[in-house]
Ligand binder design. Structure first.
Ligand code: F6P
Length: 319
């Protein structure tokens, strides 16, 4: 293992830069040559590969986003795209690849490993939908963004005695909605993993209104897919005037939290060290307080499940 390359792929997340920094500086520490790839797999196919040094990653640990840029690359899912990328890897005599991203990113490097390239995945997605890691890079920062947004919305909801439906990201995962809703102390949390009964919910909210509550907050994961329909259903049933706020892409930005900077630094370093041990086609992840490497086949075969205990806790606390 003499030359490694690092890239970021898929939806960006706060902390990706801290992970890039850890990969580059750990690789250099072990005497490797380290290269970066611009714009994920798209840049790999186009050969946008450049050498990185200690200074390439100076002053970035606190920055959201990714200095390497990222992309969602359909071409990499084709044999032609894989072959073009493999040709570039061979052209640059690259021995190992570290890919920082989510499940789509890891499906890409799993194919790549089959072609003989040594690969390691670093989990970075605000959705936190990857098994075999308690947390992915960016989740803690996104959670704090969601919680801060809920706190702000509560101010105006109380002033106007309104109900707010707040839609959060997560693609098909309800993790951000569930954990953000618990941290924000909201009244209702709707996630795609667990069914709900709107008439029952509207009765609960109406009781709260009649009890004199000044507002109510409903957090809904985008994967539920019925934000405005739910707002319309509740509008004339719960007493409160209802408004909708879509948090959207602000959940993907911001300076990474201490947790995410530490997680990213540990995972980025571990990815290089596992490559140096000759391992391949694995994802490094946080398990308890340890960093473990798990085969990508295992990671990709089982999506992360939502904790029913945490959902029950949310139901008990949200009154
Ligand atoms: O996977 C991260 C994520 O932010 C999802 O929560 C969201 O549904 C998706 O990316 C949005 O994708 P894009 O950035 O391509 O619009």
């Amino acid at each position: 293992m003499k030359k490694i390359v690092v890239l970021t792929s898929g939806g960006d997340s706060p902390g990706m830069n801290a992970a890039i920094r850890a990969v580059v500086r750990t690789g250099l520490f072990h005497g490797l040559e380290v290269f970066g790839v611009e714009r994920g797999y798209t840049g790999l196919i186009e050969g946008q590969i450049f050498p990185m040094n200690i200074s390439s990653v100076g002053g970035i640990i606190q920055r959201g986003g990714t200095i390497l840029k990222t992309s969602r690359c359909e071409k990499f899912k084709t044999k032609e795209g894989l072959d073009m990328a493999l040709q570039k890897i061979r052209e640059f005599n690259i021995d190992g690849l570290v890919a920082i991203g989510g499940d789509g990113t890891f499906r890409g490097i799993r194919e790549f490993s089959a072609l003989g390239v040594k690969t390691m995945g670093v989990p970075a997605t605000i959705d936190n939908d990857l098994s075999d890691t308690d947390m992915a890079i960016g989740v803690d920062t996104a959670l704090n963004t969601v919680m801060g947004a809920i706190d702000k919305i509560k101010d105006t909801a109380s002033s106007h005695e309104r109900a707010f439906i707040i839609e959060v990201m997560g693609r098909n995962s309800g993790y951000l909605a569930l954990m953000g809703g618990i941290a924000g102390g909201v009244e209702v949390i709707l996630i795609p993993e667990i069914s709900y009964n709107l008439p029952e919910i509207s009765l609960k909210l109406k009781e709260g209104y009649q009890r004199g509550k000044s507002h109510c907050i409903i957090v809904i994961a985008e994967g539920v897919g019925e934000t405005y329909e739910i707002s319309k259903f509740l509008e004339d049933k719960i007493g409160f005037e209802t408004r909708v706020t879509i948090l959207g892409y602000l959940q993907r930005g911001g300076s990474p939290s201490a947790f995410d900077r530490l997680l990213a630094s540990r995972l980025g370093a571990a990815a290089v060290e596992h490559l140096l041990k000759g391992e391949t086609s694995k994802m490094v992840g946080l398990m308890g307080n340890k960093i473990e490497a798990t085969d990508l086949e295992v990671v990709l075969s089982q999506p992360k499940t939502i904790s029913q205990d945490l959902y029950n806790l949310a139901l008990r606390l949200a009154k």
